[in-house]
Every structure is written in structure tokens, then in C-alpha cells.
Design a protein. Sequence first.
Length: 243
Amino acid sequence: MIRRHFQLRETIVTIIAAHESEIEAAISAIRHHRQELESFIIKDPFFMTTLEPYRVEIDDPPLIVEKMVEASRKVGCGPMAAVAGTIAELARAAMIEEGASYAVVDNGGDIALTADRVIKVGIYAGGSVIRDLAFEIEPTPLLGICTSSATVGPSISFGVADAACVVSRDVSLADAAATVLGNAVRLECDIEEAFSVVKDISGIDGALIIHQDRLALWGKLPVLVRADVDPELITCGREYVNV
């Protein structure tokens, strides 16, 4: 397998595939869809700043905008909450069009994947004492695993979760829902109560929250297993290595 680290401005991804052509297809898709998103934002900067669901007022908006708007509408947040997962999914889709049967795109913890074998996806929760856990993923044509955190990474969170993770076949939805779930984890409430913001949303399979020394689960999730989660594999700044 080839593991490639790629960065385009704020988008920092790790792409894993069997063939170089599939990696290049993902990179090309990221460039294309980011350009379409940036052009749209130039025309309407409000799209980038609103924390409320956005209403598209033009005909035939870019695909990336459509996906972000639809996902964020379902969970009641701004469209940028779905940007990383949407880019990951569009890159994964391009890899499948190139012929990939194994495709993983990790966009800063928002993951879109297709797997023709069992794989493990590690869960990183920063300074939490809960560590070395992973989801064991059975072969699947498509799965989104997206994570929001108040203590890891640059994304804005209004909660306190070390990791708020959502699993869905709709990667854009998983990303937006992870943001809303992370926002709902507050110091003054039981973390299990936070699941109320996602449990009635159609299309979400399950969710996980880690806060300090507490772990909570809801819905149907992949099996949790012990794993040696290597921090060096977290998306951060290298070119590529063969694995």
C-alpha cells in the first residue's frame, strides 16, 4: 500500500491506496473541489462564517457546496462543519472511479473509506487517559468516521470533548454531526446526554464520546478493539512513505 501525505492550504490529508494513479486521482479531486468551494465563498463569504444552516440561492451550485449544505441542514449547523468530511468523500469517490477497491482518505480525523479487507481505524483523544483503541472495520463499500475535538486540532468546538466521533455511510453527515455532538459535550452535563443531538438524525449509525477518563457509546458502531495507535500516523506533515 502507498501512504501519501498531501496538503493544500487548510486541507491536510493522508491518502492510502494500492496504486499511485489512485492517489493522484484523490489529489486531483481535492484540488478541483477546493477551487470550486473557494470560488463560491468569494461570491458569498457568508457561507464560510455562518453557524446556522445555509440556504442556496443559485441554480446548479458546486457539488461540494450541495453536500455541505444538505448535511449541515440535517443537523442544524453551518455548512463549514461538513467541509473536511465532504472533501474526504469526494477524494475517495475519485479513487473508486480510478478503479480502487481499497481507498482511505483521512482529512484531519474526518475519514472516508472503502475497504476490501478488515482494517483498524485508531481513535486519538489527545491527553485523555483513554487511549490505544480502534474501530475494527469489516470490508465495506463506503464508511465515514468523523471526529471533532475541543482539545486536539485547530477546529472550533464549543464543547469539552477530547473526541466526539460519528459513524455514517454519509461522510458529510458524519462530519457535521460530529461537530454538533462535540459542541453538546459540556462540563455540567452527563456525556451520555449529548447523544440526544444526533440520535434522531436519519443516516447516522452510531457515535462515541471520550472526555477525560470517560467513554460513552451510542447506536451501532464497528467493534472496538485494543490497538497500538501510533501518533506518527496522525495526519500532520510528511510527503509519502510506502507501507
